[in-house]
Design a binder for this molecule. Structure first.
Ligand code: MG
Length: 267
């Protein structure tokens, strides 16, 4: 190998070394900068404070406990916000003197006239103390989000059934985390946070619905991913839909379930 080749190789090697040194220096510099950001030492509380946007102001009524931005769906005075799920006629359920309503057997489900998507829903219900039947027939009703996804209502006091269909279940999909029922005939509360599913332009579900629910203040469904419709027979079905009514069930077995104080906040 002559001296020119050796010189060439030496130059190539030197250039390579110089490039590597340069890359290393750049990386080192970037690394130090990153580390500097990561390890930035905050010295003032103001540096991590965020002041905007301000959340909207909601006032809660001291007596009714209803938030000021809630839509009252039922307050015991009328069925104006409800309609029959059977034929869209006037609700046939029983209006009681105490501000509640009771399922009138075999008149069918009722649903809100308004359609809803993401909601916070408050609803109070009471099982029927006169009921003498058992299993799924004992004060069976349900809250159907978007007309499809049932949070079960049932009197499970001294009354066993399949646990994924008991009170507080997402019917046939999710066993409640606890059983928190009031004594038979006493009022229960459901607080429901519901996020609707999202479908793409061709009808494929790209995001599931989710439900969080509290029964008498106790968490029973913890951000559960709803698998599809809550079917009595068979597996969940996922057909695309938009906003839809909130439905209350007439199980058609003289359930005698009552409801009162229903309000909703759109999220
Ligand atoms: Mg039911």
């Amino acid at each position: 190998m002559n001296k020119y080749i050796w010189t060439g190789l030496f130059c190539i090697g030197l250039t390579s070394c110089q490039n590597k040194n340069s890359e290393a220096q750049t990386q080192d510099k970037q690394s130090k900068e990153t580390t500097a950001v990561e390890k930035k030492e905050f010295t003032k509380p103001e540096e991590t404070e965020v002041w905007k946007p301000q959340p909207k102001q909601i006032n809660v009524d001291p007596i009714s406990k209803i938030p000021s931005d809630a839509l009252v769906l039922f307050d015991g005075s009328n069925f104006d916000r409800w309609t029959s799920s059977v034929d869209s006629t006037t609700v046939k359920w029983i209006m009681n003197d105490d501000g509640s309503m009771t399922v009138k057997d075999k008149t069918g489900d009722i649903q809100t006239k308004q359609n809803f998507g993401d909601v916070q829903l408050h609803i109070e219900w009471r099982s029927n103390p006169e009921s003498s039947v058992t299993g799924q027939n004992k004060s069976n009703s349900g809250v159907f989000l978007q007309n499809r996804y049932e949070l079960q209502i049932l009197d499970n006091n001294n009354n066993e059934t399949y646990v994924n269909g008991q009170v507080g279940s997402v019917y046939k999909q999710s066993i409640p985390l606890a059983r928190v029922s009031a004594p038979t005939g006493k009022w229960n509360t459901y607080e429901i946070i519901y996020r609707q599913p999202i479908f793409d332009a061709v009808g494929n579900k790209i995001k599931s619905a989710y439900i969080t629910a509290l029964h008498n203040g106790v968490l029973i469904q913890d951000h559960f991913e709803i698998l599809g419709t809550t079917e009595y027979i068979g597996l969940p079905i996922n057909k695309p839909h938009g906003k839809a009514p909130i439905k209350l069930q007439d199980h058609q077995d003289k359930s005698g379930v009552s409801f009162r104080n229903i309000w909703v906040r759109e999220l």
